[in-house]
Design a protein around this ligand. Structure first.
Ligand code: FAD
Length: 360
């Protein structure tokens, strides 16, 4: 039988390390990893890559190599459906894969209105990011939509890269709220001042109403030229769970217990952005929680297969947030504490490069 890991996200990377440590933990089971690309790109370093601080090799992990070292079979493919009755996965390439246990760490998607699709830059799945941003950062009229952490970071990184490389610093960021709406109003104000000072045009409390091949029209009547739009408006669910009639929250994310097992289906596990924990439905979807869940996932898969009790995941109340603002500066937030400095960027760089070292 097969234990199948679907997606090469944070939690499955850690599973590969754990499996490698305990060589052949289940001799009667094959362990498979399925992901659409040989490489997993690390989003914590997307802004640094965009700004030209890291090379492509520095921000990606070779899943095939990691899998081989762990004795896991890697297949480049996309899982499209799960049959719970037959315990079988269907893939885009047409394979039908029986499993005893399956685990999903497939991340989230970004969904803009379908009528704008032809004008939007597609950066998900995340292996598309590097090629897309390399092209996008030097277009004539860059427009970023979304004022959350990823929109702000990437808009500032494009601005920094353009300044360094002699391009006009005409990047525009449109957001329907204030910048960083889930932070305090003081932090939103601070990041806006930083962004404006760094040359980013910030348009708050406005949203995109129409788009044509050359312009974005906003609800408040602005008409802005664009050369495609980088849509970074928060996570939406992969459609696989709904399509497979697995337990989902109202947004289509896989609904799980604190043990990371799908509700009512203990042989289906999940971690990272693609799940919603029933006990913590409002937990933000970011790399911090994906990395924390990673510590538990393989241990629980092993416990389940051995008929033991699985451990439960309890999210920490606060986490350190480090948002790169360009030119090796970052905004550090922890609880009510906020500081913008070069030291904060050095800390971010250290955390990110240490993380990557574990997988290279
Ligand atoms: C531009 C940007 C910047 C960000 N910066 C940060 C940051 O600095 N810090 C932070 O904490 N968070 C950041 N985030 C959020 C962060 O990317 C996610 O929260 C995190 O990557 C989630 O990890 P994951 O393990 O759930 O999945 P991911 O890291 O997204 O990995 C999912 C994997 O599954 C694969 N996959 C997808 N669908 C399928 C399928 N059907 N079959 C097989 N494989 C599949 C994908 O190709 C990918 O390899 C950022 C997001 C964006 C968009």
């Amino acid at each position: 039988m097969n234990i199948v890991l679907v997606g090469g996200g944070h939690a499955h990377l850690k599973c590969l390390l754990d499996i490698r440590k305990n060589k052949f933990p289940f001799p009667d089971q094959n362990i498979l990893l399925i992901s659409p690309n040989q490489y997993q790109y690390y989003s914590g370093m997307f802004s640094g890559y965009t700004e030209g601080l890291y090379s492509e090799d520095e921000i990606r992990i070779d899943l095939k190599d990691m899998a081989e070292k762990a004795g896991v079979t890697f297949t480049e493919d996309i899982v499209t459906e799960v049959s719970v009755c037959d315990k079988t996965l269907m893939t885009k390439a047409g394979a039908s894969i029986p499993f005893s246990v399956v685990s999903f760490d497939t991340g989230s998607y970004i969904e803009g209105p379908s009528s704008f699709e032809e004008y939007m830059v597609q950066i998900k799945p995340n292996y598309l990011f590097a090629d897309m941003l390399k092209v996008y950062r030097d277009v004539d009229f860059p427009v970023v939509v979304g004022g959350g952490a990823s929109g702000v970071e990437i808009a500032l990184a494009i601005t920094a890269w353009r300044k360094k490389n002699g391009y006009p610093t005409n990047v525009k960021l449109i957001t329907s709220s204030k910048l960083l709406p889930s932070s305090s109003s003081k932090t939103s104000k601070v990041i806006k001042e930083i962004a404006v000072w760094k040359g980013l045009t910030v348009i708050e409390d406005d949203s995109v109403e129409e788009m044509n091949e050359s312009h974005v029209i906003t609800q408040n009547g602005r008409s802005l030229p664009h050369s495609q739009v980088l849509w970074l408006t928060g996570p939406s669910s992969p459609d696989i769970f709904k399509r497979s009639t697995l337990p989902c929250d109202q947004n289509g994310f896989l609904l799980t217990e604190k043990t990371l097992q799908a509700k009512g289906l203990p042989f289906i596990f999940g971690a990272g952005d693609c799940i919603t924990l029933e006990s913590f439905p409002d937990l933000p979807k970011n790399g911090v929680y994906a990395v924390r869940q990673a510590e538990l996932l393989w241990k629980n898969i092993t416990s389940y297969l051995n008929g033991e009790v699985c451990s439960t995941f309890t999210p920490q109340r606060q986490f350190l947030s480090l948002l790169s603002t360009g030119n090796k500066e970052a905004l550090l937030q922890y609880g009510r504490f906020t500081i913008h400095s070069k030291l904060a960027w050095k800390l971010k760089n250290k955390i990110d490069t240490d993380y990557m070292q574990k997988y290279i």
